[in-house]
Design a protein around this ligand. Structure first.
Ligand SMILES: Nc1ccn([C@@H]2O[C@H](COP(=O)(O)OP(=O)(O)OP(=O)(O)O)[C@@H](O)[C@H]2O)c(=O)n1
Ligand SMILES: C[C@](O)(CO)[C@H](O)COP(=O)(O)O
Length: 239
């Protein structure tokens, strides 16, 4: 990917982190001396093909403006909504209609690797079909029933974990999200909106280390991956 193509990123960060059960929204928990959202934004802004990042905040947010990154001219903010999809749509509406492609990435995924983002962005070279980072499931998959017993074993073939970033043409994603919202279809990621309007989404294999910090036990795992990435960068700089 050349350094001349530049893409905006929408970063939904208006969630409360119910499953994390912390006193503050999980994106403001600190790992290795920095909040999770600062790790995420720093990793995005240091990629040569990212133009700027639109952070979608809750109207109750009092923390973001206190972070040094808040005054970075490549960091913009807007207000989100009740569900993640509402926040993403608010972010898309902030963008100029001149933008062709848009990336959407969770604030709560601080361990994104540049190589994975470059592989995803390579889709913009080959056509108009968007795609997502994803990782193949590894375990044997069971479908349970309402009694908590196994109904059957699901085939692992072609089964993937959906990750972010997700990359789509701006207008396609905006109209798919609006249509899903009007029809009250629950949307948990951008790809599901595009699937809802019967359009194709490509899968780009990404690292399983690109975890979403969701539950308390994920904090230690994110710390491990972030320190591994910092060590690798240090090693690169000294060889
Ligand atoms: N109304 C919402 C809900 C979620 N998000 C963002 O979407 C990303 C992924 O969502 P998730 O991990 O589910 O975050 P939360 O909604 O905060 O967590 P929980 O579901 O445990 O409450 C997070 O960066 C979160 O801040 C958002 O911008 N607006
Ligand atoms: C967008 C996402 O991170 C893809 O894995 C995810 O769908 C966010 O919401 P979830 O409720 O944690 O699945």
């Amino acid at each position: 990917m050349s350094t001349t193509s530049q893409f905006p990123v929408i970063l939904p960060a208006a969630g409360i982190g119910k499953r994390m059960q912390s006193d503050i929204p999980k994106q403001y928990l600190v790992i290795l001396g920095k909040t999770i959202i600062e790790h995420t934004i720093t990793s995005l802004l240091s990629h040569p093909n990212v133009s700027y990042v639109v952070i979608v905040l809750s109207s109750n947010d009092t923390i973001f403006q206190t972070l040094p990154l808040a005054s970075n001219p490549r960091v913009k903010t807007t207000l989100g909504g009740k569900e993640r999809a509402d926040s993403v749509l608010a972010g898309l509406q902030y963008l100029s209609a001149q933008e062709k492609w848009v990336l959407v990435h969770d604030a709560a995924r601080p361990c994104l690797k540049h190589d994975d983002l470059s592989n995803l962005l390579a889709l913009t070279k080959s056509g108009e079909t968007g795609g997502i980072l994803a990782s193949p499931v590894r375990d044997t998959m069971k479908r349970g029933d309402s009694n908590g017993t196994i109904a059957h074993t699901e085939s692992r073939d072609n089964l993937w974990h959906a990750l972010t970033p997700q990359l789509f043409p701006l207008q396609q994603l905006k109209s798919a999200l609006i249509e899903a919202q009007q029809k009250h279809v629950p949307i948990t990621d951008e790809a599901s909106a595009i699937e809802f309007v019967n359009q194709n989404v490509l899968l780009v294999e990404g690292s399983a280390s690109n975890i979403k910090v969701t539950k308390p036990e994920d904090l230690m795992l994110a710390e491990f991956y972030l320190s591994q990435q910092a060590n690798q960068a240090h090693f690169k700089d000294h060889t």
